[in-house]
Design a protein around this ligand. Structure first.
Ligand code: LMR
Length: 395
């Protein structure tokens, strides 16, 4: 049987992790995979996480099964952080998932069960795993370009065009904040236009919120999600704690469904649990338990919020430093989240790695959290040498 399988290429983004580790050069900069790094270049376990783990070690008295929904206290404690303190709790149900990817996959399967003909509209460029996840659930993905990378601008007309071309019941995938890979988020007026078009055309938003707190702050980064949910009748939200709690390999996420119809919401909730059961039976517990312990304690929540703020401040500081290192990089200061996507060919990205030790994704996406302010000069020098930016003096 296995002879019938086609060989699959390694995921090029994840392959960068190993390539960077294997590079023997003493000077190299890892702007590859989306992982936060501190001023020492490490991705430490957050203090709030360590304290919660200690608490779990001392007090957890059982590892018995919880069920396909996972830890529902974790799911509930995240709600005010995502949806705001005043959100109508009867409008939302949720389930714990293995990371944000698990939430996207579960959401995709739920859509396929409910509405197999729905198309998923995806503004490109997007996270490289988005389209394959929906494809694997046998949903038709309609990619539409929404960013001009050469100009580092959102082409909002193309977004409106896509929303007008979509049919009622189609799914519109939206990055709630910190767009991956471009760092280009819609402004408030654009979100308002999107929200009213979604409502008017009865389109269903699927919001991917994977970087809350790493753009402008926890509430600020949830503003767009809250605005959209106020306007529409139904929505899905895929949430990830991998980045904002630094829990990457623990795979901590949740899928939320939002509806104004309580009976339908109850049925949809049961469908989520049934789909989880046939996919992974039950999600892994440890990471979600950590988040629950943190959010149950005012003291730990405070420590976590402070650490998150420090991470956010460092990323935005790196943005400012790189933006002021060359006039053609000024746009980086205005973008948000871990990423910016320079306009370059794959060959250039490879040359930046091989000739200069500057690692970024083949697409030209760079993770601003991977650099130190002192790296700005070397990054600019390499970009100039490879012709990505001109040979002009820093502003
Ligand atoms: C990224 O975009 O670098 C991260 O979300 C890691 C991943 O799974 O691709």
């Amino acid at each position: 049987m296995f002879e019938k399988l086609n060989a699959q290429p390694a995921d090029s983004l994840l392959a960068l992790i190993k390539a960077f580790q294997a590079d023997p050069r003493s000077y190299k900069v890892d702007l590859g995979v989306g992982v936060y790094r501190d001023e020492n270049g490490s991705t430490p376990v957050m203090r709030a996480v360590k304290l919660a783990e200690k608490h779990l070690l001392e007090t957890q008295d059982s590892k018995r099964y919880l069920g396909p929904e996972g830890d529902l206290a974790f799911v509930d404690l995240l709600k005010p952080i995502i949806f705001g303190a005043d959100f109508d709790k009867t409008r939302v149900v949720g389930i714990q998932t293995p990371g944000g990817s698990g939430a996207l996959r579960l959401g995709a399967e739920l859509i396929a069960s409910a509405s197999a003909d729905a198309k998923v509209w995806l503004g490109t460029p997007s996270w490289p795993n988005h389209a394959p996840i929906f494809d694997s659930a046998r949903l038709a993905v309609k990619g539409y370009r929404f960013v001009d990378l050469a100009k580092q601008q959102i082409e909002f007309d193309l977004v409106l065009e896509a929303l007008r071309a979509a049919s009622a019941g189609d799914i519109i995938l939206l990055h709630g904040c910190c767009h991956n890979p471009t760092g280009l988020d819609f402004d408030r007026a654009q979100w308002e236009q999107i929200a009213s078009l979604l409502a008017e055309r009865r389109l269903i938003p699927f919001i991917d919120l994977a970087y809350q707190g790493l753009g402008d702050g926890l509430d600020e980064d949830a503003e767009a999600t809250r605005l959209i949910l106020d306007s529409v009748d139904e929505a899905l939200v895929a949430y990830s704690c991998d980045k904002n709690f630094g829990l990457y390999r623990e795979r901590v996420g949740a899928l939320y469904l939002v509806s104004r119809n309580p009976e339908q919401l109850k049925v949809a909730d049961g469908n989520m649990a049934a789909l989880a059961r046939v996919n992974w039976s039950m999600p892994p517990d440890h990471g979600a338990a950590i988040v629950r312990v943190i959010l149950e304690s005012a003291e730990l929540t405070d420590i976590w919020r402070q650490e998150l703020l420090q991470m956010c401040t460092r990323i935005n500081g790196n943005r400012t430093v790189l933006a002021s290192a060359h006039p053609e990089l000024e746009f980086i200061a205005k973008q948000r989240g871990l990423f910016s996507n320079l306009s370059m060919s794959k060959d250039t990205a490879v040359a930046l790695r091989n000739k200069h030790g500057i690692y970024m994704a083949d697409s030209g996406r760079m993770n601003l959290a991977g650099m130190q302010p002192a790296d700005a000069k070397a990054i600019v020098k390499a970009l100039v040498a490879e012709g990505t930016i001109g040979n002009r003096a820093a502003a």
